[in-house]
Design a binder for this molecule. Structure first.
Ligand SMILES: [Zn+2]
Length: 129
């Protein structure tokens, strides 16, 4: 969101670094969006070169994948998988996600594996009497 923020700052730092190798151009004019676009374009253009020749390409890959994940989380607005309430036959509602490996029902003590949890019916919303 800002020039020194977690997206544009590192990207332009890499662009400046690559410029010293003659492999990128830095353009700090325009809106922040234009600067991000420019930095991404100039880095992508010589990505092949960097993968083979840049001494710190590992660090570059780590940093850009971190930036990518941060952007993705912001765009989707969702960091954690959605919780789904399923009903144990005993009447207990179990809150699971698609990633839950398994769980034990706190009421009747039945142990469920992942696929067994996915087979349980969705719990109906309790209606206040
Ligand atoms: Zn149960």
């Amino acid at each position: 969101m800002t020039a020194g923020g977690p997206v544009l700052g590192p990207l332009e730092t890499w662009a400046r670094d690559w410029r010293e190798h003659g492999r990128a151009e830095v353009c700090e004019a325009g809106t922040l969006q234009q600067r991000v676009d420019h930095a991404v374009r100039t880095l992508r253009f010589n990505l092949q070169w960097a993968a083979v020749n840049h001494p710190a390409v590992d660090e570059f890959a780590r940093e850009t994948s971190l930036i990518y994940r941060q952007c993705e989380a912001q765009v989707s607005g969702e960091r954690r998988p959605r919780t789904v309430p399923v009903a144990c036959p005993c009447g207990q509602t179990l809150r699971v996600t698609l990633d839950t490996p398994g769980c034990r029902c706190p009421r009747c003590g039945t142990q469920y594996g992942h696929s067994e949890l996915m087979d349980l019916p969705l719990a109906e919303r309790r209606i206040a009497a």
